[in-house]
Design a protein around this ligand. Structure first.
Ligand code: PMP
Length: 346
């Protein structure tokens, strides 16, 4: 390309960016800034597969993750039902991102926030929660069947407090409604209905279920696939009907060994399992070739999108989620010594 045509191309891009900025409306505070995230074409992955691999840029939410949407819907649902009153406290058991979303919204709306988090979660997420003013209680990471599991502790703590609600993100359907009404609808509009596959890992299942239900309501042929890390029981459940977790994963906030309220009734066409080695490979391709600094669950999601693209063949459009940014995992995923200690040296 000649320098002249390159310059005129750059000029056109700048004009476009300028007009986009000028058109952007003013958002009314944190709450109105949640959602309406861009859909990013992942160029290197798209070129490798011959498919359009698109990532919903949830790391661009104001609290930094896909969970801002669920946090907002859960709080506003409780307000509408009269359960959350001025000065009240929002209590939740969370791997971090829901807590961060809740803490931001509590500050913006004048509520208190109390978070119960397993002590295995990244220090970055714990520090962020504290900085946001949430009361943070660390608990040992024990399986769900144990009464001291963080989710169960959070339910008990909320029940014992006055003027407090339990967000209960795993069972509270306000979570998946957020994704039905916003994430799913946005993806459908952004792709102009030209979407062949949707794939995402699940924590509560809110994102996967809400988006799948919306997309299937528009077009029952959209293939909806659960991405699953090792150590989670969902892959075996979907493939064989038996919840049988195998192996383990360094990813946080995803995988499950039970069917949550939010996953009940969600359309599932198939499941794809991605191991940590592939997850880390994808994370570093995102960093080095796409310029995207992403959290671990994104490695599972994009790894599964690539696997789905290979299954479906060239020419298809596949959408997944870029759940959060890499800064939350700097001391782990982006620390070569930590990776090596997990047998995942890059
Ligand atoms: N990725 C990350 C980093 C998360 O924190 C979560 C939520 N725990 C998810 C993915 C999964 O989202 P959902 O709860 O909607 O299934």
């Amino acid at each position: 390309m000649s320098l002249e045509s390159q310059n005129s191309g750059n000029l056109k891009t700048r004009e476009l960016i300028k007009s986009t900025f000028i058109d952007m409306d003013i958002k009314n505070g944190f709450v109105a800034t949640v959602g309406n995230t861009p859909l990013i074409r992942l160029n290197s992955f798209s070129e490798e597969t011959g498919c359009e691999i698109l990532g919903k840029a949830e790391f661009l939410n104001p609290g930094g993750s896909v969970k801002d949407r669920a946090a907002l819907y859960i709080i506003e649902d409780a307000e509408k039902k009269g359960l959350l009153k001025p000065g009240g406290t929002v209590v939740e058991g969370t791997a971090g991102n829901t807590g961060i979303g809740l803490a931001h919204i509590c500050n913006a709306k004048g509520y208190k926030c109390l978070i119960i988090i397993p002590e295995t979660q990244s220090q970055e997420k714990i520090d962020t929660l504290k900085t946001l003013g949430a009361e943070v209680r660390l608990v040992p990471a024990v399986p769900y069947k144990n009464p001291d599991n963080y989710v169960k502790v959070s339910g008990r703590v909320a029940a014992e407090m006055d003027n407090a609600i339990w967000a209960n993100q795993f069972e509270n359907l306000a979570n998946r409604n957020a994704h039905y009404e916003t994430t799913g609808a946005e993806i459908w509009t952004q792709t102009d209905g030209k979407i062949d596959g949707w794939v995402a890992a699940t924590g509560t299942g809110g994102t996967y279920a809400g988006v799948s239900m919306y997309l299937k309501d528009q077009n029952s042929h959209v293939r909806c696939v659960v991405a699953d890390p090792m150590g989670s029981g969902l892959y075996s459940y979907i493939k064989t009907g038996e919840i049988k977790p195998e192996g383990k994963s360094i990813t946080e906030g995803i995988g499950n060994s039970r069917i949550t309220g939010n996953m009940e009734g969600a359309p599932i066409d198939d499941a794809i399992q991605i191991d940590d080695r592939e997850c880390v490979r994808v994370i570093y391709q995102l960093l080095n070739k796409e310029g995207l600094f992403m959290g671990g669950s994104v490695g599972i999601n994009v790894g599964a999108a690539v696997a789905l693209a290979k299954q479906m063949g060239a020419g298809h459009t596949i959408v997944t989620v870029l759940c959060d940014g890499g800064g939350r995992y700097q001391s782990r995923l982006y620390n070569p010594e930590w990776l090596a200690s997990k047998g995942l040296a890059i």
